[in-house]
Design a protein around this ligand. Structure first.
Ligand code: GNR
Ligand code: NI
Length: 173
């Protein structure tokens, strides 16, 4: 297994729709395992392939928050097949927007269809943090970040701060 580096915004790779995966092969399984390792190390509760520079429809998630009982999930070509009318707010963060958090409103429950690491189609219905995380990760596959769900003013404040710290890191290096 290997750790991958996580792309921080602003970066054009985080704003592009990702390609569907055609077949789940050994290379793809290795990528998903590396994504899980990268997510646990960060640490984070989810990671989408574009965050490591791979523009494919792949997501890994573990919302268990209990290192003794991990519940890793690997989803290929995930699709929302149903979302509740009921909405819910959650204070979201993103490994590609480090140290920035905002309330985001999304459907409270979703049903998601995806392929697992063996290529089999699965469906799950989720609420709570898993529903938030699934929607957050699937947004990444469309090139959408949580800041795209908040006011333009708040979004620009966050993106300008990140841009500024990137430029400073270039000077420091
Ligand atoms: O680690 C993460 N935590 C988090 C908290 C609230 C809502 C969404 C998330 S996902 C985030 C990891 C990440 O950036 N995934 O894309
Ligand atoms: Ni994210």
């Amino acid at each position: 297994m290997a750790q991958l580096s996580i792309i921080v915004a602003p970066d054009p790779r985080l704003n592009q729709p990702c390609e569907k995966v055609v077949s789940v092969d050994a290379d793809l399984v290795r990528l998903m395992d590396d994504m899980l390792e990268t997510m646990y190390a960060a640490p984070g509760i989810g990671l989408a392939a574009p965050q490591v520079g791979v523009l494919k429809r792949i997501v890994v998630i573990d919302v268990s928050k209990d290192p003794d009982h991990p519940k890793p999930m690997q989803l290929v070509n995930p699709e929302i097949v149903w979302a509740s009318d009921e909405l819910s707010d959650y204070e979201e963060g993103c490994l590609s927007l480090p140290d920035h958090y905002s309330q985001v409103t999304r459907p409270a429950r979703v049903r998601v269809r995806y392929m697992d690491r063996t290529g089999e189609t699965q469906e799950i219905e989720a609420d709570g943090l898993l529903a938030v995380c699934l929607q957050h990760e699937m947004d990444h596959l469309e090139g959408v970040l949580f800041v795209d769900h908040i006011s333009k003013l708040k979004r620009n404040v966050i993106l300008r701060k990140l841009q500024k710290s990137k430029k400073q890191a270039m000077v420091d290096a």
